[in-house]
Design a protein around this ligand. Structure first.
Ligand code: ADE
Length: 244
């Protein structure tokens, strides 16, 4: 017997559960949440504190500024949230591997992640190994905590879930997963402050439109994202014996 697919679910461990659903409660993700296409559970890490003051952090071993989230408290919070299902366990952190569309696609195809939002100077390193946390960054800048980063990740996943966007999603996805930036879009009016829609797009010649879009996407990628363009160029090149 095949098991019924369960609803994709994001479990967020945070010291600020009131931040959720936040932006995930409106627009596309919010409508999908309200209609049961996915589920969101924000859990307060502080509920796993054991002392009278419900403390979750302490001073860093070895000295230095700030506070560190305690390993025992966070591990207890993770264990209490775990349903026994084999779900990815993520830790939002500027130290993590950069999030990519391909990782988003994988996460969207699974049961949905458990996401720990870091705060303070960081979390006790031992809990990362002890609970197998995968550190994920959304970019090379430092936020005041992992909550907004978690929202970014969940939003990127939710729009890929079946029934959330319908056909709309496929176009943009194809473009990005091909490693190119999106080509420019236009709509009415035909003339805006003296600027016209490119002639080809109103020509009705579908082959020419497709070729123009491809060329524009390539030119944009080359100019703005030489890193993506280099990957593309490497993929096109025939494999040499020195390739890893
Ligand atoms: N927490 C703070 N900064 C972050 C970043 N850039 N990515 C993920 N989590 C973070």
């Amino acid at each position: 017997m095949t098991a019924l697919p369960t609803t994709w679910r994001a479990t967020i461990l945070t010291l600020f559960p009131d931040m959720f659903p936040g932006p995930l409660g409106v627009s596309l993700a919010g409508k999908a949440l309200a209609s049961g296409l996915w589920a969101l559970e924000a859990r307060d890490i502080r509920d796993s504190a054991t002392d009278r003051h419900r403390s979750v952090d302490d001073t860093p071993a070895g000295g230095g500024p700030g506070m560190v989230l305690r390993a025992d408290v966070l591990a207890a919070a993770i264990d209490a949230a775990d349903t026994g299902q084999d779900r990815p366990r993520l830790l939002m952190s500027p130290r993590g591997r950069p999030l990519t569309q391909s990782r988003v696609t994988e996460l969207a195809a699974g049961p949905g992640p458990l996401i720990v939002c870091g705060r303070f100077e960081g979390i006790d390193e031992r809990v990362i190994a002890a609970r197998g946390l995968e550190e994920v960054s959304i970019g090379d800048y430092v936020l005041s905590g992992g909550e907004i980063a978690a929202m970014v990740l969940v939003d990127a996943c939710v729009r890929l879930l079946p029934g959330v966007m319908g056909k709309q999603a496929s176009g943009t996805e194809e473009s990005f997963s091909e490693g190119l930036l999106e080509y420019p879009q236009y709509t009415r009016p035909q003339e805006f402050e003296g600027r016209l829609i490119p002639e080809i797009l109103v020509s009705g010649d579908h082959a020419k439109v497709a070729a123009w879009r491809q060329a524009e996407a390539e030119a944009l990628t080359r100019a703005r994202r030489p890193d993506l363009w280099a990957i593309k160029a490497r993929q096109k090149r025939p494999k040499s014996p020195t390739d890893g």
